[in-house]
Design a protein around this ligand. Structure first.
Ligand SMILES: [Cu+2]
Length: 379
């Protein structure tokens, strides 16, 4: 054995040792993470936002807690009265199916267009090109092998064929570019002025949904454990305690932000995935056309529990949405926000009119004090 081989063997041994060490320590690291990870209730109560702490006294929070405890509030079991009733498992629209093939059914306009482009343009083209190339290859292999074709042709140029194999691919690419750029442009379309803004904050390892146009409260969303999910009739590892409630048929301004590392906010059945990056806000428009529950997951490897921060969107009618918003701490409908802003503006406008009186007040107080002092002296 020469020296080089010996050194290589030693290196291999070292690599093996390292790999074995990694395997031994990895599961423990995983358990440590699980053990260290705060449970659902702790995270909800954690003081990382005042809002979640405030939600303790809120009936909504109690209701959500009961979901987390596995007592589903779906349907008739929920407390009658003021408590908001969330959709039950019968309203699940967008979720993966076991053994399914291809894309999930799409429930937004961009989604349907994208899926059409994939099904009607890309797949047929890819299939035709693959079959054609396979045919050419087989033809060459069988017809022109050494035994079947003893005297090979000396042809080295054929202008017609060269023009065809240059022009045809160009035409195909231009043909694909038209719907492709259309789809790209549609996905980048800015939300209209009156779109409802909801900001998805990615945390290690859960999501927070901030309702910026509805009073600014934040809903903290954690994954349900297997038992809780199955009790609620929802898919395990996709079901969450607090869903992101949104209105259906209304343009939404979805913003994403990473509070610690890069996460990615995506729902396959709504055709979007938007990175949540620390230090910047990404934005896109989303309009959901059907009420229901849509599941997604964090789509950027973000750490040990990356696989356990699912996303669940609950799309409701605008009335339901407004009713839900008012069950949240500090939650207001947009009309209420506008009314409050108008009131504030009116109050601010009233100040200059009262200015003179306001300026008089301290002077009057001083006078009173002087009078009081004089009286005291006299006594
Ligand atoms: Cu993540």
């Amino acid at each position: 054995m020469n020296f080089g081989a010996l050194a290589r063997t030693k290196l291999h041994l070292l690599a093996l040792l390292l790999a074995a060490l990694a395997f031994v320590s990895l599961p423990q690291a995983g358990f440590a993470q699980t053990a260290a990870a705060p449970d659902v209730a702790e995270v909800t109560d954690s003081p990382n936002t005042d809002l979640s702490a405030a939600s303790d006294t809120n009936p909504q929070a109690t209701e959500n807690r009961s979901v987390a405890d596995g007592e589903t509030v779906i349907g008739d079991e929920a407390d009658a009265g003021s408590a908001f009733q969330h959709f039950g498992a019968d309203m699940i629209v967008g979720q993966p199916e076991s053994g399914a093939f291809g894309f999930q059914e799409q429930h937004s306009e961009n989604g349907r267009f994208g899926l059409w482009m994939h099904d009607a343009i890309l797949m047929p083209l890819i299939t035709a090109i693959s079959v054609f190339v396979l045919f050419l290859l087989m033809w060459v292999v069988f017809r022109y092998n050494k035994r079947a074709n003893q005297v090979p042709s000396k042809t080295s140029h054929n202008t017609l064929i060269e023009v065809i194999w240059t022009v045809l691919p160009v035409l195909i690419l231009v043909g694909i570019a038209v719907p492709s750029i259309t789809l790209l442009a549609r996905q980048y379309e800015s939300p209209p002025e009156n779109a409802i803004t909801i900001k998805a904050n990615g945390y290690q390892w859960y999501w927070g949904y901030e309702y910026l146009d509805n009073g600014g409260f934040e809903v903290i969303s954690n994954m349900l454990d297997e038992e809780e999910a199955l009790t609620a009739g929802e898919p395990h590892q996709l079901a969450v305690d607090n869903r992101m409630v949104v209105p259906v048929g209304v343009p939404l301004r979805i913003q994403t932000f990473g509070a610690d590392v890069i996460h990615s906010f995506g729902i396959p059945s709504l055709w979007f995935k938007l990175d949540a990056v620390p230090g910047r806000i990404n934005e896109m428009m989303l309009t959901i056309d059907r009420p229901g529950i849509y599941y997604g997951q964090c789509m950027e490897l973000c750490g040990a529990r990356h696989g356990y921060m699912p996303i669940a969107i609950e799309a409701r009618s605008l009335e339901d949405y407004n009713a839900w918003v008012q069950t949240q701490p500090g939650g207001m409908t947009r009309e209420q926000v506008r009314a409050a802003a108008a009131q504030e503006a009116a109050a601010a406008a009233a100040v200059p009119a009262n200015d003179a009186a306001a300026q008089d007040a301290p002077a009057a107080e001083e006078e009173n004090a002087e009078v009081a002092a004089a009286e005291a002296e006299a006594a």
